[in-house]
Design a protein around this ligand. Sequence first.
Ligand code: SAM
Length: 252
Amino acid sequence: MSEEMDFELICEYYSQLDRQGPGSKETTLKALDFIGPLSENAKVTDLGCGTGGQTITLAEALPCNITGVDIFPQFLNKLNDQSELHGLSKRLHAVQGSMEDLPFDKNSLDLIWSEGAIYNIGFEQGLRLWHEYLKVGGYVAVTEISWLTENRTEEIETYWNGAYPGIDTIPNKMQQLQSAGYIPVASFVIPESCWLENYYGAQKEVQESFLKNHTSNPNAIKLIEEQREEEALYRKYKDYYGYVFYIGKRVG
Ligand code: SAM
């Protein structure tokens, strides 16, 4: 899929899911616990929000306005539906835009959230880019694929160095967070259930119906094959890599 990406198919597939990456309500709330209390006037954004599983959790936990930003309107439509369903539409706004060109004033945000999405522009680059949009003392909280061990087997090392060369160990990512102008507040590995149940598990039924709807489309078949290969790889090598929450506070 990577070479001839069919964005329509990708959007159709992923917009049927509540999440487009590993995570859970519990880990979102755990990360939020590291961040000082926010007032009703605080400004919060969730970048690369997708269909907004975690945006809804944030909006329910916080008293303020929150803006979900994503490039795909299909995902934002689902977020808007969910927001209405949860009675949050007065405080939760979905905006089509890019995390590379934020639709906010500099020094205006209290919190920048981004689960499973900063990799699109690179961890360190994203953190540096977003820094000036935060107020001094504002927080950033992101999840990022990371090596959990110092040494890995060749198969998984080769796979990830091809798929995302920015993958690195937790101490190196914390160093990057600090170099980008943040106090490294916390990091924690999100549990395996965030992958196996909430992400891969949730895809099973969607995969069956998606394949039935696209029986003779080679791109659709390839998309599902790739998801299944990725899951098999995770099951085999989950001791070596995972998603890690990184939380930082803007200084200066
Ligand atoms: N945060 C969601 C979650 O954890 O379920 C979605 C994660 S998904 C792996 C990555 C998201 O980033 C997708 O929704 C994709 O559309 C979005 N995205 C990719 N490039 C982007 C960009 N340049 N600006 C904003 N969003 C982007």
